[in-house]
Design a protein around this ligand. Sequence first.
Ligand code: AN7
Length: 401
Amino acid sequence: MDVEGEALVCIDCGRVHKPGPGVLVCEKCNGLLEVSYPKSVFGNVSFNGTGVWRYSSLLPKVDRIITLNEGNTPLVKAENLGRKIGLRNLYVKFEGANPTGSFKDRGMTVGVSIALKFGQKSVACASTGNTSASMAAYAARAGLKSFVFLPDGYVAAGKLLQAIAHGATIVKVRGNFDDALRILLSHSAELGVYVLNSVNPYRIEGQKTTAFEIWEGLGKTPEFVVYPVGNAANISSGWKGFIELKEAGLANSLPKMVGVQAEGAAPIVKAFLEGRGEIEPVEKPETVATAIRIGRPLSWKKALRAIRDSKGTAVTVSDEEILRAQVELARTEGIFAEPAGAASIAGVLKLSREGYFKGDDTVVAVVTGHGLKDPEVKIMPYAELVIQPDENPVEALRKLL
Ligand code: AN7
């Protein structure tokens, strides 16, 4: 379908909406909306500069860009880890290197710039942590008030500290993320806040730039891109990005999209493996990877489509596999991910054990958040020696080797 100017199109019924501050879901059927561009846009794509706004010819138009120079994150060849598991072309896209330490910054630079365009004075989100940290930072820069709804006791210390540091009003919900989101969405109009959860179609436009950077960084489309999945917006936005590259005549193939969820919070993997059209929400999601401790993923339908249309797959990993992958990545490649960020690596390890990849496939694992976010997580055995100031440590250290 062609549209005039940028339009918000319902992914379920196709209804076209004129953009505006009050338009979040389909007015007719409540479906999620997607930003659609006129076909002419894809004939005129050019990339200039660096970071998310390098791709502005494929992003929504804004009046004033609120940016922390997000994006342009390292695409690192993981030769040591790859060798161990028989993958000659394994790459890590390290999103923890974004300004607030997660991929959310890509979305927030667009979402907060749009909030300003719509004349909003305050923004809000429900969050397992990273969205709130990122939104608070960009809102501060834009001079907007921010409200964050957090599952009390289940947000990693670093993320909560970030939201506080940037001046957000913290609403602690005595429930899980799904409760926090439900409460926010049912009161956002009354509160007069602009919602920047991934239900907001503009935010995930920013997130699709990960796909653009992967394609440019490799000089081609990889065979596989592996994402940790919580609310399922990131994997969906990545798929939209790869499709747009193809539509613009830049890429000539599409990758297979692979979604990884924690065993205790895996409604999308379950629906995929059982070949069902709908997910069955998990009422009490549990995982050490609190960022993806989500039982009712907002973008489940988009994600199932991305995985199915791309002929990819979905896999669950246990908490133990997540923590092992976190250490493995840190100790073989020097990349420190928070547990949810390492879930993609855990998925790659599991799938390669099962013989899913060929040795020369190009596999990109998106590592979504920085390890410093979550200092309480119990990581690993390590070598330690305690000595007195006048003690020679050499003999004892030799014994430790
Ligand atoms: C490190 O911050 O949902 O599948 O509220 O922080 O797009 O939800 C975070 C999600 C993966 C999952 N990795 O991405 C939030 C939130 C990290 C994350 C995900 C999150 P989606």
